[in-house]
Design a protein around this ligand. Sequence first.
Ligand code: CP
Ligand code: NVA
Length: 305
Amino acid sequence: MPKRDLLNLISLPLKDFNWIMKRAGEYKKGFVLLRPLENQSIGLLFEKASTRTRVSFDVGITRMGGHPLFLSFDEIQVKRGESIEDTARVLSSYLDGLIIRTYAQEDMELWAKHATVPVINGLTDLYHPCQILTDLFTIYQNRGPLKGQKLTYIGDGNNVAHSLLIGGAKVGMDITISSPKSRQPNKDIVTKAETLAEIKGSKITLEPDPAKAAEDADILYTDVWVSMGDEDKKASLMKALKPYQINEDLLSKAKADCLVMHCLPAHRGEEITGAVMDGPNSVIFEQATNRLPVQQAILEFYLKR
Ligand code: CP
Ligand code: NVA
């Protein structure tokens, strides 16, 4: 069987998505296959900072009997000019899988093309598939079937927004993105999501007014105003995104039992207030906890099945 990679959610068939969701539920309940990653070494190659993705993959691999090997880009020869092509080839001869966090999605695809072992995208500037699989799992666990639920994303039209558009559309959710003009999501990704949504009979909406966007939402979701790699644009981002905060006023526009979500890390007082983050609608820390069982299911699916 050819190796499988998880580079984005576009190419993930619905039956495979359903398998991952079901298995994640089993991992969460404590069901563990007998060390499915026994004798496997998996590289964690990170070019950007990470708390959740790095630690949950490391712990997940260890619990599954495998050996995680963390490799910062700063400490491998890539930093000194060795090509991705050569590095991918060499690492594939020692390792059984690669989890990569990098900037350009094109680089992620290059790693996958030249690695002979599965590559899992642990975030690029364009996508964050492992996060969104966890988010959909968290919504399902709290609310049941995903189809027809309205998720409104408030804030920067970034990697998280892009993967929510694709993942949400795939499962028939109505996705509304509320971002300022200067930070709209990528047009091609919106078009892809619209095509997927049409198949499912759901809607993709771009609504720059956050109050309108929040109306009747089943889920309100946000992310940092300044993503990794955008630090040089901090001042203009903070200004443009100021009206895009999840606070009690915005929450009051949504359904009373609306779930509040955030992929974390959060900047309290910027994209979300502390009161909402710690309030009764928030499932933010449950979301973070779910990274572990969902990624165990992802690891089993891509490295073992
Ligand atoms: N949500 C998320 O991916 O967090 P980290 O950047 O800490 O991995
Ligand atoms: N959009 C954020 C997500 C962090 C998990 C970033 O790319 O920095």
